[in-house]
Write a protein that binds this ligand. Structure first.
Ligand code: CP3
Length: 355
């Protein structure tokens, strides 16, 4: 999950206090920040150091990321005129540093690299609210009161997001994650009408690329059937959803990823390990399960606790495979795959997997 690096002293040392979008624009630095948590924890995949607002910032939509707050938009999106600020995103000229970072990372990495983007609804919520929101009142009002404008906005964000993800896949990421982080703010009816079509269009736009697609949101318990109706291989869930319910709701053709509460990693190692064990037991016997946190790592987390969680998951995973192999068939490739005794992927390099 995102921000695995944020709690590391080596991350803080290299990252400094500058603007995160500035750090993302420096491939050497962004590559190093991507690699740090993999080196430290020996996790089974890396998450690209980037942010969901990178494409919007790159086309000059007026987005900044304020530390401790998140994305902020000086002039919030409100009318048809604002559509003009959302021109096409051309990664090779608008954001060449993303592919450059991926190139540097995949040269060094021996586990898969996960690229990502924000889903249209979540991106729209930042554009319309002007920043993080608790109620999403303006966003909900616009989608209901001005459905044509909403559709126009969704269409632009679909095109921007597909361009970003295709660029990342071409540069060498092995899987992509679509963050519809705030979709859980919507009722199932509103999600189905206003958010899901754009999310499905993004995922469908990647069909040809053939890499596994992960769809994640916070508080999505009541949306899981709808989310799993999109063309996707993996559904990510937070800790509010019992895994048994997640498996039942997403069905047999989708893997489930989740869902350790990051707040429970702030207390003691024994609490984090007990929770990890409980989650692994909940997932036992289900094909297609990927252990993960239910949301981003909190900055004050002790890296020692996360290292122990990773060690436990690896030990249990190895034990499990001696009994029963867990893989999810995804068209012509496997999600999860086999690992050798070092815990490394048995399918070759990250780049090899994407081809
Ligand atoms: O460290 C990583 O793992 C890199 C990957 C990553 C970042 N953002 C870097 C980042 C990923 C996958 C994201 C995705 C992202 N960004 C999401 C979706 C994931 C989710 O949590 O649901 C969202 C909603 C954003 C928007 C955003 N950017 C927020 C809410 C924040 C936090 C603001 C804060 O400081 O608390 C950011 C800033 C941000 N993006 C940081 C990082 C490492 C932290 C601040 C920094 O280092 O400057």
């Amino acid at each position: 999950m995102r921000q695995a690096g944020r709690s590391l002293p080596e991350y803080r040392a290299r990252r400094g206090t500058g603007d995160i979008l500035g750090a993302i624009r420096e491939p050497e630095l962004a590559a190093e920040l991507t690699l740090q948590p993999v080196r430290r924890y020996g996790v089974d995949a890396a998450v690209l150091f980037s942010d969901i607002v990178v494409p919007l910032a790159a086309i000059g939509a007026g987005v900044e990321v304020v530390p401790g707050r998140g994305p902020v938009v000086g002039q919030p999106f409100a009318s048809t005129r604002d559509l003009g600020r959302l021109r096409r995103f051309e990664p090779p000229t608008d954001a060449p540093y993303v592919a450059a970072t991926i190139g540097l990372v995949t040269k060094e990495l021996d586990v898969p690299l996960i690229g990502f983007a924000g889903a249209p609804f979540t991106l729209a919520s930042y554009l319309i609210e002007g920043g993080p929101s608790k109620t999403f009142a303006r966003t909900k009002s616009l989608m209901h009161e001005a459905p044509e404008l909403w559709t126009g906005l969704m269409d632009r964000l679909v095109s921007i997001t597909v361009a970003s993800l295709v660029d990342q896949i071409e540069a060498g990421v092995s899987a992509i994650q679509l963050f519809d982080s705030w979709a859980g703010a919507l009722s199932p009816t509103d999600y189905a009408q206003f958010a899901l079509p754009a999310t499905a269009a993004v995922l469908d736009g990647l069909h040809e690329a053939g890499v596994p697609r992960i769809l994640f949101g916070v508080g999505t318990g009541e949306l899981l059937e709808l989310m799993a109706s999109a063309p996707v291989e993996v559904i990510g869930v937070d800790w509010r959803v019992p895994l048994a319910r997640a498996f039942a709701r997403v069905g047999d053709n989708r893997a489930v990823q989740g869902n350790l509460d990051p707040a429970l990693c702030l207390s003691s190692t024994s609490l984090a390990l007990a929770e990890t064990r409980r989650i692994l037991n909940e997932a036992a016997g289900h094909d297609g399960y990927i252990f993960n946190l239910g949301h981003g790592v909190l900055p004050e987390t002790d890296p020692g606790v996360l290292a122990e969680v990773v060690a436990l998951v690896h030990a249990e995973g190895r034990r499990d495979r001696r009994g029963q192999r867990r893989t999810v068939q995804h068209s012509d490739r496997e999600v999860g795959g086999d690992r050798d005794s070092t815990g490394r992927s048995g399918q070759g390099s990250a780049r090899g997997q994407g081809s």
